[in-house]
Design a protein around this ligand. Structure first.
Ligand code: SF4
Length: 283
C-alpha cells in the first residue's frame, strides 16, 4: 500500500530525517502493512513531525512519551502495527525512564530513534547523546559529560531486538525496519541521523568513514555486547550497523491484555462493565 501523503516535510534541506521518512514508508509498504492498521506515534522534535507525512493513523504526543503512548495503543488494539518514533532528546532525556522500562517490559512495538546527537528543533542545545567535547549552545566550552549509550543501555535493560542504522543508507535502514516490524517484542533501532544545521561534527561524511555492516551472530548476547560497545572503545572509529541483538521472549502484551482482546471491538473492562462510551469520541 501507498504510504505517501500530499504533505511535504518541513525539515532543513539535507536533514537525515528525509532518509528515515523514505525508509519507513518503503518498509511499511514492503511488509504489506495497510495504512488503516498502522499507527505512527511520535513525541516532540524535528523528526517527530513524521506522523504528518505518512499516510496512516498518527499521533504527535507529549515530549518523551512515545513509548507509553505506543504501548497503550497496542494494548487497546493488538491488531495494529505500532511504530514509535522520536529524537534522542525526546527518547533518552525526557523519555529516558520509558526507554529503560519499555525495553524491560517487552511490549510488541517498534521504537525508532532519530539520533542526531543534538536538540535540533530548539536550535542546537546538547542532548543526552551529544559527544563529549562537542561545542553546542549549552556547552560553549565543549560537552564535559559522557554521552548516553543507547545500544548498551537497551541490552542491559532487556530489549529483545536492538539495531543500529544510518539515515544516509536508506536501503539498509529499510531492511532493518522490516526486520523490527516482523519481530515479536520491543524492537529498538538507533538511527544515526545527521542534523546538517546544528551538528557540524557527525556529518554524512563523518559517518561514511566509520560505519560498516556487522556480520556477528545477533542471537549471541556476548557478541552483541561487544558490538554495542565498539563505537565507545574505538573512540568512534568503528560504528557497526545492523541487528546487534535479537532473541524471542514472552511479550508483556499478554499480561496486560489477557486473551489479547481488541478493546476497540470488545470494549469491556476486566469487571465486565461496558466502557464503550470511553472510546466513542475516537470512533
Ligand atoms: S534542525 Fe537539524 S534535525 Fe531539525 S530539520 Fe534541521 S537538519 Fe533536521
Amino acid at each position: 500500500m501507498e504510504f505517501n501523503t500530499p504533505e511535504k516535510p518541513q525539515w532543513c534541506p539535507g536533514c537525515g530525517d528525509y532518509g528515515i521518512h523514505t525508509a519507513l514508508k518503503q518498509a511499511l509498504h514492503e511488509v504489506g502493512a495497510h495504512p488503516k492498521d498502522t499507527v505512527i506515534v511520535s513525541g516532540i522534535g524535528c523528526g517527530s513531525k513524521i506522523p504528518n507525512y505518512v499516510r496512516s493513523y498518527g499521533l504527535e504526543g507529549l515530549h518523551g512519551r512515545v513509548i507509553p503512548t505506543s504501548v497503550g495503543i497496542k494494548i487497546a488494539n493488538p491488531e495494529l502495527t505500532v511504530i514509535g518514533i522520536g529524537g534522542d532528546g525526546d527518547g533518552f532525556s525526557e523519555g529516558g525512564n520509558h526507554f529503560i522500562h519499555g525495553a524491560r517490559e517487552n511490549f510488541d512495538i517498534v521504537y525508532i530513534v532519530q539520533d542526531n546527537h543534538i536538540y535540533g528543533l530548539t536550535t542546537g542545545q546538547a542532548s543526552p547523546t551529544t559527544p563529549k567535547g562537542m561545542k553546542t549552545k549549552t556547552t560553549p566550552d565543549g560537552n564535559m559529560i559522557n554521552e548516553f549509550r543507547p545500544v548498551p543501555m537497551a541490552l542491559v535493560a532487556g530489549a529483545t531486538f536492538v539495531a543500529t542504522a544510518f539515515a544516509g543508507d536508506i536501503m539498509h535502514l529499510k531492511e532493518v525496519i522490516k526486520e523490527a516490524i516482523a519481530h515479536k517484542g520491543f524492537a529498538f533501532i538507533d538511527v544515526y541521523q545527521p542534523c546538517v544545521t546544528w551538528n557540524k561534527l557527525n556529518t554524512y561524511d563523518w559517518y561514511r568513514e566509520r560505519v560498516y555492516k556487522t556480520t556477528h551472530d545477533p542471537s549471541d548476547w556476548n557478541q552483541a555486547w561487544e558490538k554495542a560497545w565498539e563505537p565507545y572503545v574505538t573512540d568512534f572509529e568503528k560504528i557497526p550497523l545492523g541487528v546487534i541483538y535479537k532473541k524471542e521472549r514472552e511479550i508483556a502484551d499478554d499480561f496486560f491484555s489477557p486473551g489479547r482482546k481488541n478493546l476497540v471491538k470488545e470494549p469491556l473492562d476486566p469487571n465486565g462493565i461496558d466502557v464503550s462510551f470511553l472510546a466513542k469520541e475516537f470512533l
